[in-house]
Design a protein around this ligand. Structure first.
Ligand code: KG4
Ligand code: ZN
Length: 333
């Protein structure tokens, strides 16, 4: 019999539902939330309200697009954490109610684990592999031993890589989320125009708050001399900032791959949508004879397809949750 999973993702500001059948994605519907743009960041209370409005139509559409009936579903999966507690609560409550109504088993999924398992939607890395997970909330290098066993070997001590992009964009006066805009403007800029210092952090850990502060002080100094400095140099500033962040990420990844002697290397999370990171990751892979993996664009940022895939492997391993499950804002791998 086929395993059909209905999966719900609501950890931040995207409401998503997906349906998988035997680990193949039949539907992956994502409703973004425009309300946060005005505020320069995700407003948790607005996010959970928008999830409440979106969740029913998003799930309906996913089931419709998948071309399945509710009676065929084998289990309901949900993101338990990490994430914004109010946002998670909407997805968890919806999943529990759906499972209760249809008498279905529940499967809880760790969002970071799901970002890593998103690789198995379209490809098939061999274990063990290393995954650099870079999102708005997290920056980790993870040793992936099998579908369910993973070890964080390095992580950020302060800001996440996505935050570094978004906060730098904010300093440049760009709207939230600034990561994709920095990516876009960088294409027309000179990345060697401005140099920002790289932090010296031990082993495979990262730090981005120093970079952000040095950008802040640099901009303050320059705009004092020339109030139009940012507008006149926007593209070069974007390219230089992007290069600094990508340099930091790839240096640590290469160091970890060499130290652990692993040549199966993957990239996951929202920031893996960044075009410079993608290109230079592939180049680094060629140089080091790595087999490299990057999820398709729609599976890089938050989505429920990755929750469905993670849940599929939990289903095979008989790992079920129950009606007592509560969301977790912090949830380690
Ligand atoms: O994984 P994700 O969708 O949500 C979290 O779990 O955080 O990641 C969102 C992050 C945001 O910080 C956003 O600015 C960043 O990914 N991002 C990018 C790009 N696309 C998304 N950063 C740089 N370049 C991009 N093209
Ligand atoms: Zn994410």
């Amino acid at each position: 019999m086929s395993i059909i999973i209905l999966a719900i993702e609501s950890s931040c500001d995207d409401t998503s539902a997906a349906v998988s059948k035997d680990a193949k994605i039949l539907a992956n519907v994502i409703a973004g939330q425009k309300v946060h743009e005005l505020w320069g960041g995700v407003v948790p209370e607005l996010a959970s309200r928008a999830h409440q409005q979106n969740i029913v139509p998003v799930v309906d559409l996913a089931i419709q697009q998948a071309g399945i009936s509710r009676e065929e579903i084998s289990a309901v999966a949900f993101t338990r954490g990490p994430g914004l507690i109010g946002s998670l609560l909407v997805g968890v409550s919806f999943a529990k109610a759906f499972a209760l109504a249809k008498n279905l088993p529940l499967i809880e999924v760790n969002h970071m684990q799901a970002h890593i398992l998103s690789h198995f939607i379209d490809s098939n890395p061999s274990f063990p592999f290393l995954c650099l997970t870079v999102s708005g909330g997290h920056t980790q290098i993870v040793l992936v031993k099998n579908f369910l066993e993973m070890e964080v070997i390095g992580e950020t001590l302060d800001d996440a890589a996505g935050e570094a992009f978004d906060k730098s964009a904010k300093l440049l006066g760009l709207p939230y989320p600034g990561g994709p805009l920095i990516d876009k403007y960088s294409k027309q800029g000179d990345a060697t125009k401005f140099l920002f210092p790289e932090p010296q952090i031990k082993d495979f850990d990262f730090s981005f708050s120093g970079v952000k502060t040095s950008i802040l002080y640099f901009l303050q100094r320059e705009t004092k001399k020339n109030p139009d400095f940012i507008q006149e140099n926007l593209y070069d500033l974007c390219a230089s900032i992007q290069k600094t962040i990508v340099d930091i990420l790839l240096k640590k990844l290469e160091k970890a791959a060499k130290k652990l002697n692993i040549k199966e290397i993957a990239l996951a999370g929202g920031v893996s949508a960044n075009s410079e990171l993608r290109t230079r990751f592939e180049e680094l892979g060629k140089k080091n004879s790595w087999a490299t993996y990057i999820p398709a664009f729609e599976y890089c940022t938050d989505n429920a397809a990755m929750i469905a895939i993670a849940a599929h492997y939990k289903f095979l391993n008989n790992e079920f949750s129950n009606q007592q499950a509560e969301p977790l804002a912090r949830y380690h791998l």
